[in-house]
Design a protein around this ligand. Structure first.
Ligand code: CAA
Length: 415
């Protein structure tokens, strides 16, 4: 049923038949172990200092590329590690157990950028970009959000004007992860003159194009060791062959990108819960009050149990989405649910972790205050808490329904 094959990096691969199976395979467990070790050995050293100093570091991306992580869930024929989508979720979980910065790289580079290219690209576009992305020779970013278009994504104002064989882009995008580092971005624009029903188009944009610039955002509450910024386009000429999908497909490209990005956020959130449990079980077994360790106190046990519950539910939710991805099913609703529930559970776990640590939880001598700050961000990006609440209510009330879509990811095993 599963056939591991050799990879360029440290990650092994598997082929998934599509059967629903609650047991993880040996290969999944292997990926979990390798991602865990990568997080602990390559992401965590020096992280607390960089986080304190708001200092991002591109060397982490280089290490991720060397470790073979950046091609996860990309088929071997495009130079990827040929792992299924559940493996991608597991890797995100274990990377975020170390720090959110590493999982954010996966969300943006692998989820929002590479998988969307895999889903929407022509064969020529996939051959052109995916091998370098999968090997981590190039890093991908995503540009949807604008200063006045966050939750209301369709209100975006960045324009693309057709001019011969090219489009001229003007505008700006904000809250862009890897703004200063990514070699290329998937950018969603509004077409100025089009007959398409929806006036949107998506382009792969190279940062070395004249008219492109970027600027870091300073003073973030969390993910401080990660690079976030703005990107600007001033009369930037992009060849028409860089368009993903057709004129009019841009919004659908963006929404399907979020199906991939949200999956990585949902799985990563479980890693924050596990990190909270790692810290709290250690602390609760060492810290004594009134002659006994606080782990024996029922109110502390209640908080630990609540975190365990969040981790278990969170895994089931994202494994299901991974299975739906593996089997080629539309999963917008389920992915929104997983992202919504898991991010809330991660923030709740981090809040409880601070509570268990008392005053020590309020300073960066212990990692839980970082989990608290980082987990708050995930309730905002890739669809706020409110957007997912509304989506779930609309599905239930019959106001929203997911239609089958024409462009789907390759299923596992790859057709
Ligand atoms: N895949 C393919 N097509 C999709 C799709 C998907 N996942 N979701 C929607 N579509 C299609 C629909 O079928 C529809 O097509 P038709 O017109 O042919 O019927 C079209 O796209 C429009 O879809 P909706 O009617 O669902 O669009 P909407 O206007 O109701 O969407 C919304 C509203 C769901 C709230 C949406 O605006 C939304 O998700 N907003 C939140 C945006 C968001 O998450 N932003 C985060 C930015 S990225 C980020 O944060 C990363 C970062 O920088 C850290």
């Amino acid at each position: 049923m599963l056939a591991p094959r050799s990879l360029g990096g440290h990650f092994f691969c598997l082929r998934y038949t599509g059967d629903m199976d609650f047991a993880l395979t040996q290969e999944h467990e292997l990926i979990r172990e390798m991602a865990y070790k990568f997080g602990q050995n390559e992401v965590l050293p020096g992280l607390a200092e960089r986080d304190r100093e708001h200092k991002s570091d591109a060397s982490m991306l280089e290490k991720m590329a060397e470790g073979g992580i950046m091609g996860m869930s990309i088929p071997a024929k495009y130079g990827g590690s040929d792992t299924d989508y559940i493996s991608l979720g597991i890797a995100c979980e274990e990377l975020e157990r170390a720090d959110s910065t590493a999982r954010v790289v996966m969300s943006v580079h692998s989820g929002l950028h590479s998988l969307t290219l895999l889903q929407w690209g022509t064969e020529e576009q996939k051959q052109r970009w995916l091998p370098d992305l999968a090997k981590g020779n190039r890093w991908g970013g995503f540009g949807l959000t604008e200063p006045n278009a966050g939750s209301d994504a369709a209100n975006l104002r960045t324009t693309a004007t057709k001019d011969g064989d090219s489009y001229i882009l003007n505008g700006e995008k904000t809250w862009i992860s890897l703004a200063d580092y990514a070699h290329q971005f998937l950018v969603i624009t509004r077409l100025t003159n089009t007959d398409a029903k929806a006036p949107y188009a998506a382009f792969i944009v190279d940062r070395n194009t004249p008219g492109f610039s970027s600027k870091a955002i300073k003073g973030k509450l969390g993910v401080r060791a990660g690079n976030t910024g703005q990107i600007f386009f001033e009369n930037m000429r992009v060849p028409a062959e860089n368009m993903l999908g057709m004129e009019g497909d841009g919004f659908k490209v963006a929404m399907s990108a979020l199906d991939h990005g949200r999956y990585t956020v949902a799985s990563g959130a479980v890693g924050i819960i596990t990190a909270c449990l790692d810290a709290c079980t250690k602390y609760a077994n060492e810290r004594s009050v009134g002659g006994e360790v606080i782990g024996k106190k029922q109110l502390v046990q209640q908080m630990i149990a609540s975190m365990v519950k969040g981790r278990e539910i969170g895994r089931l939710l994202y494994y299901k989405v991974g299975w739906m991805k593996n089997t080629g099913q539309r999963h917008t609703k389920e992915c929104s649910m997983a992202k919504w529930v898991n991010c809330e559970a991660a923030f709740d776990a981090a809040n409880k972790a601070v509570e268990i640590h008392g005053a020590y939880g309020y300073c960066d001598e212990f990692p839980v205050e970082r989990y608290f700050r980082n987990s708050r961000g995930a309730m905002i990006y890739e669809g706020t808490h409110e957007i997912h609440t509304i989506m779930q209510a609309e599905y239930e009330l019959g106001y929203r329904a997911d239609k089958p879509i024409s462009r789907v990811l390759p299923t596992w095993p790859v057709e």
